[in-house]
Design a protein around this ligand. Structure first.
Ligand code: HEM
Length: 407
């Protein structure tokens, strides 16, 4: 049994996941927090578990009450009263809230946002293009999603740097001391409640106004529900996208031939390869290593293994998406891969609500970066790169690059 959750594992977890898939596909494991959970690593089992109605998202179902001790869930969400968000609830509440938010967060709204994402992307690249070097995490992958989601929600430009700071606190402390994250979460909640209150008086065409306006059979979100919803959009949509851009660029820089093909297709003005490339980068080294917590509300069987009531289950998306039983040549990057029903955005009723926005941001970020800085290269060896080593998320701390300065 390979050791999990070490620094070596964080740098490359895939050999350990291959071992688990083959020898112990549903394995009870003690996590670094001390909580015990079942790790599900095969694709077929993962899909079943993600869609399983007896696996609840509500942490009250955990037999050991780890959520009360702050060991499960988003740090600080309990004390800040942000509990009723989509990733913590089951039908029928989930159905109602998801329907309401879907009315405001539509694919059309996202499509209309495309020019703004392009503008943000260009502005950020302008900031370092003349230097000939950059840390792509800090100067690009990190700010892009935070400014994008703030704009979409309707956070005024003068307040967006506060969000950047709070988001920075969350990401810096990820996997480390939880105090900083909890403080940032509280500050965000206070701010969002105030903003919702202000906007209620003067609705605009931003997403927060849309959340306030959205109604279902005459029913509206309460201010607390709207704040929890805005918060989960920020929380779920921020670090994930940072890491898709970061991990994606990192993978491309290690696959020069495929990266060259992608650049050639972009130079011809084509977008088809860019679209399949972003999906493949998600499958190959996606940002969500494990789906968020699930808890058995009754006895059930996954992959032949009995799971007892109250047991936590963690679906290892990163392992499922490299399962040779589902993907041909799973450890090979193939930017043109067509049969690619990966689980990077989850599956079932909790399937990522922000997938259209994530696709838009990642395609824009990677496409523009490779077009404007065509000779982009890594400025650090593998031993110098540090992975964050959090439980749910997989991403780099820094990504130093070099390129011919833009004039
Ligand atoms: C749910 C991945 C970006 C909002 C999820 C889930 C995954 C995921 C795997 C399901 C979790 C589970 O079942 O436990 C990703 C990835 C992203 C991304 C890989 C970027 C590359 C975004 C963005 C937003 C967003 C940009 C919004 C702005 C959400 C929400 C949920 C969710 C609200 C909960 C949906 C529900 O429970 O009904 N995401 N996400 N995500 N995502 Fe994303």
């Amino acid at each position: 049994m390979p050791e999990l959750f070490t620094w070596e594992f964080a740098a490359d977890p895939y050999p350990a996941y291959a071992w688990l898939r083959e020898h112990a596909p549903v394995r009870r494991t003690t996590l670094p927090s001390g909580v015990e959970a079942w790790l599900v690593t095969r694709y077929a089992d993962a899909r079943q578990a993600l869609a399983e109605g007896r696996l609840s998202k509500n942490p009250v179902h955990h037999s050991e009450g780890a959520h009360a001790k702050g060991k499960v869930g988003i740090p600080g969400e309990r004390s800040a009263d942000l509990m009723t968000h989509l990733l913590n609830i089951d039908p029928p509440d989930h159905t109602r809230l998801r329907r309401l938010v879907s009315k405001a967060f539509t694919p059309r709204r996202v499509a209309e946002f495309a020019p703004r994402v392009q503008q943000l992307t260009d502005h950020l690249i302008d900031g370092f293009a003349a230097k000939g070097e950059a840390d792509l995490i800090h100067e690009f992958a990190f700010p892009l999603p935070i400014y994008a989601i703030c704009d979409l929600l309707g956070v005024p430009p003068e307040d967006q740097d506060d969000f950047r700071d709070w988001a920075g606190m969350m990401i810096r402390h990820g996997g480390g001391p939880r105090g900083g994250v909890a403080r940032a979460v509280k500050k965000m909640r206070t701010y969002l409640l105030e903003l919702i209150h202000r906007k209620r008086g003067e609705l605009g065409d931003d997403l927060i106004s849309g959340l306030i306006r959205a109604s279902d059979h005459g029913e509206h979100l309460t201010e607390n529900e709207a704040a929890a919803m805005a918060f989960i959009l920020l929380f779920a949509g921020f670090e994930t996208t940072v890491n898709l851009i970061g991990n994606g660029t990192h993978t491309l820089l290690h696959h020069p031939e495929q990266r060259a093909q992608l650049q050639e297709s972009l130079a011809r003005g084509e977008t088809a390869l860019l679209a399949t490339a972003v999906e493949e980068l998600l499958r190959y080294d996606g940002p969500v290593e494990l789906a968020t917590w699930r808890f058995a509300t009754g006895p059930l069987v996954i992959g032949g293994q009995e799971i007892a009531t109250g047991d936590p289950v963690l679906v290892v998306l990163a392992a499922a998406d490299r399962d040779p039983a589902r993907f041909g040549g799973p450890d090979t990057l193939d930017l043109a891969r067509r049969d690619n029903q990966h689980l990077g955005y989850g599956h079932g009723i909790h399937y990522c609500l922000g997938a259209p926005l994530a696709r838009l941001e990642a395609q824009c970020a990677l496409g523009t970066l490779l077009t404007r800085l065509p000779d982009l290269g890594l400025a650090a060896g593998p031993e110098e790169l540090r992975w964050r080593g959090g439980l749910i998320m997989r991403g780099l701390r820094t990504l130093p690059v070099r390129f011919a300065p833009e004039r």
